[in-house]
Design a protein around this ligand. Sequence first.
Ligand SMILES: [Zn+2]
Length: 506
Amino acid sequence: MRPYRIAIAGFQHETNTFAPGSAGVEEFRMADSWPGLLVGDAVVSETHGMNLPVAGAVSAAQECGRVELVPILWCAAEPSGRVTDEAFEWIAGMILDGVRAAGPLDAVYLDLHGAMVTDSYDDGEGELLRRMRDAVGPALPIGVSLDLHANVTPAMIQMASLMTIYRTYPHLDMADTGARCLNELLRNLDGTPHKAAFRQAPFLVPLNAQSTDLEPCRTLYGQLDSLPMASGQYVELAMGFTAADIHDCGPSVVAYAETEDDAAALADAMLGQLCEQEGVFDTNLMDAHDAVRIAMQNPAGAPPVVIADVQDNPGAGGTSDTTGLLQALIDLGAQDALLGVMHDPQLAQKAHEAGVGSIFDDTIGGKSGLAAQSPVTGRIQVLALSDGVIAYTGEMYGGGTASIGPSCLVALRENGSEIRIVVSSVRTQCLDRALFAHFGADPSSARIVCVKSTAHFRADFEPISSAILNVAVPGAFPCQLHLLAFRQLREHVRLGPCGPEMRSPN
Ligand SMILES: [Zn+2]
């Protein structure tokens, strides 16, 4: 039997429509925490061994021994404001041209995020899949793997033949999800049809309450692997990306079975379980000063208290340079505190010019132009410098490389406080201890560790922490959803578990 010919491509973006900035061609070309844009065979060779959906799909294809892969293109950009029309048309065009030029195909696999908003399309993936369906015809199976933060839409369900969704947050199973999608595609090609059912939850869940290390997501997602399913049946659950003012924002369930009735029953059962847990989600955020006071009481020698600046997560479109938490540390004279990663290219450049050991008065953070943010001023000592190429060591990104640009570790001394801060030239989520250790700062021996991350930090920092405190200071990734000015979201969706209902402004 000849092998199945399967085209593979990836185009990932998580769009925060409330955040400044956009993702253009350059943002997709450049490497950040993931590789820069890859074309052809590089899609396979440059992602090998990484915890990426496309890498898992490639491994599954190679292991089964009956797939001929046709790699086309893979790219991703750091979460931000909308994807520009120029970037979307350029990348979508290359993917579609590649599929059209590939010769006879049996299927297409796509590694997508599922929360892309472009200048012209609120449902970026729905538009990409509509074009893909036009290109390959109504019958060719299209399999899609998605992020747990996907805002899944009816158009995506209609245009794709099947999808799989990450089941962990922190996302430890990205490669596994790609492999699961490839294997479902093979089952489809072998003759098992996939009928889909799609349901949307009547409430949004902020990302700080979505971690699968916490209830209720720990149990909800744990069940997906263990539910007794008939052959050909499976259920996927997305929690959605809340910083997207689009009609289809929010959690959703997609179920597959051999008949539409069976798929509907599965989806209804899973949605019912999610809705039963609405009151269990813990959405509380602490006042930053209260959190710092608690952390300062942490006895010397004890594991650090980790304070998460959940609303300034660059991995969700944050600017990674807000100063609210830093100011709280200074106000209270905190000592032995580490903070990362502060995006401040200007300070990084000055530190590189001044050299290790130099001391000067300067500003840090607060330079991105975000409303009501201003830099903090203090005495700064340069402790370490780097070109910013850093090998990740944590479970989520281990095997991959961070490219954070010219960067440094500085000590900020002000008002009796001493805070060591990692400063980068590229916005980078603080989800791996290597981002401190690379500069000679050991987070496990600090009293207080402050991270600009919403939940991904838990994978690598929870094991070394004595407590984790989520704080509310202003940032471009608001997690208090009732404060967000939604306009496009569908009516009556609750803004947070048990929160107020969406009412359109007119
Ligand atoms: Zn995600």
